[in-house]
Design a protein around this ligand. Structure first.
Ligand code: ZN
Length: 223
């Protein structure tokens, strides 16, 4: 007669809640599972030992995830990314206004106007001043900024909005100068746009420009 003993991991139910399951979507029930090692005798768990691991199990698809899945909030993540994107558009516009040296009043008005269209509020005068001071000292010019911070990460629609923002500011005080045109063309290259795509946006922008310099309809499609 010999005694069979060993250890074995046993999974416990744990508390339930709702989470955004990466497979099933929002408001799905989960179980917070704990696996505990047991000392077994004849394959029967007898003495609980240490905790081996914890995981989140989806009650619907039975998928198993690490516990940080509970912190994932796609809506919050989307808002964060959107806020960051608007910050970049604001900086793109400030850099555009500085291509010819001092930005004109019309150009700064255009920056505020586009920010309002995109986010519902204009930057305060203090924020504008701070942004201009920062951008004046920056070592990155407009295309370099775009390739560093945006690169090929944007959707076509995202790129188009960046181009519209730059074109709006460059055109705000009359026609674009050769320097502005050259930098904006480089901006489209930095964003990974084809020349045909850029030309399309530029001519569409020129055609739809209202008396005020900005056509709000251009921005309607923003996701
Ligand atoms: Zn699931």
């Amino acid at each position: 007669m010999f005694i069979l003993f060993g250890t074995r991991g046993i999974t416990f139910g744990g508390k339930a809640g709702t989470f955004h399951c990466p497979r099933c979507g929002p408001d799905t029930t989960y179980l917070h599972r704990t696996v505990r090692r047991f000392f077994t005798l004849y394959f029967i768990p007898v003495i609980p030992l240490d905790k081996m691991c914890e995981f989140i199990e989806c009650a619907n698809c039975k998928g198993k995830f690490t516990t940080d899945v509970l912190a994932f909030d796609p809506e919050q993540e989307r808002k964060r990314a959107e806020g960051e994107y608007y910050e970049h558009i604001k900086r793109i516009m400030i850099l555009t206004s500085l291509i010819e040296g001092e930005p004109s009043g019309e150009q700064l008005d255009a920056v505020r106007h586009v920010c309002t269209l995109l986010t519902g509020s204009a930057p305060s005068p203090a924020e504008m001043e701070r942004e201009i001071a920062l951008a004046s000292k920056a070592t990155l010019d407009l295309p370099a900024y775009a390739s560093h911070y945006l690169g090929g990460n944007l959707s076509d629609h995202g790129k188009e909005n960046v181009m519209r923002a730059a074109l709006t500011v460059a055109n705000a005080d009359g026609d674009m100068t050769a320097c502005e045109e050259a930098q904006i063309l480089e901006l489209s290259v930095a964003l990974g746009m084809t020349q045909a795509h850029y030309r399309g946006i530029a001519s569409e922008h020129t055609e739809s420009r209202s008396e005020a310099g900005v056509d709000p309809n251009e921005w309607d499609e923003l996701e």
